[in-house]
Design a protein around this ligand. Structure first.
Ligand code: NAD
Length: 252
């Protein structure tokens, strides 16, 4: 129970990585607010956590909306009494080059992947600072560190996540707030199937390609969740501003 007495917000909590992480944080003792654009799916995850004997609420929200973020933070404080951990994880991808992408899609990707983190930090940092600190974990991507093909807005947005994580860590370290990014390689979630669909490729072949790395398999959501639990817990008490890569060896 590494997170006993802690309160956590998980965005994109109904998706593959978010659901696994919400469950893992709860199993370590945290009360979890499961936040997602898909309110029904978020409620299903929260119910699953409660059925296992832990504490969770669901909040339907669009993370790119400031009004929604203000409501998420206020609801979590009202339900649980504070916020110690935030996992800024909601994300979307558009598999497009600059020539294929529209300006509106660029804004959409940056709204969900980048603006959301700024807004969450703007409204949650005062709550954490008043309580003496906290841990914020942002989902970047291997492609935020090294780039990738036909995903311009996604690569740019995840590069922004990695560097804004460092900037946030510098600004808010003195208040006892640690900010780190976790950067997955290919993980077996709905996002990969969505990518195959966008590229017009067969989903099975696309998933098989994703296993082409030193460990010869894709990652599973729980393997990202384990890294997030560690960054959320006091076991990582001297780690801030870091970009933790969890990708089965994407160097090859
Ligand atoms: P997923 O599609 O299963 O989950 C994403 C979740 O975010 C969904 O539940 C979706 O409803 C939610 N969401 C989308 N837009 C939202 C919005 N505006 N407001 C609130 N919620 C919203 O995908 P996933 O693989 O679990 O992705 C989680 C994170 O991991 C994303 O940031 C993604 O970019 C990142 N990531 C995934 C992979 C991978 O291979 N799956 C690799 C690297 C990084």
């Amino acid at each position: 129970m590494r997170l006993e007495q802690k309160q956590a917000i998980v965005t994109g909590g109904a998706g593959g990585i978010g659901r696994a992480t919400a469950k893992a944080l709860a199993a370590e003792g945290a009360a979890v607010a499961v936040v997602d654009l898909d309110g029904e799916a978020a409620e299903a995850v929260a119910a699953e956590i409660r059925d296992a004997g832990f504490t969770a609420v669901a909040i339907r929200a669009d993370v790119s909306s400031e009004d929604d973020i203000v409501r998420v933070v206020a609801t979590t404080v009202a339900e649980f009494g504070g916020v110690d951990v935030v996992f800024n994880n909601a994300g979307i991808i558009r598999r497009s080059t600059a020539l294929e992408l529209t300006a509106d899609e660029w804004d959409l990707v940056f709204g969900v992947n980048v603006r959301s983190i700024f807004l969450m930090c703007k409204h949650v940092v005062p709550v954490m600072a008043a309580a003496g600190g906290g841990s914020i974990i942002n989902t970047g991507s291997g492609w935020g560190l090294k780039g990738g093909g036909r995903a311009l807005s996604y690569c740019a947005s995840k590069g922004a996540v990695v560097n804004m994580t460092r900037a946030l860590a510098i600004d808010h370290g003195p208040e006892g707030i640690r900010v780190n990014s976790v950067n997955p390689g290919d993980v077996n979630t709905g996002m990969l199937r969505d990518e195959a669909r966008q590229l017009g490729e067969d989903a099975d072949a696309f998933l098989a390609d994703a296993a082409d790395r030193p460990l010869r398999r894709m990652g599973e959501p729980r393997e990202i969740a384990s890294a997030v639990v560690w960054l959320a817990s006091d076991e990582s008490s001297y780690v801030t501003g870091s970009a933790l890569v969890v990708d089965g060896g994407g160097i090859a």
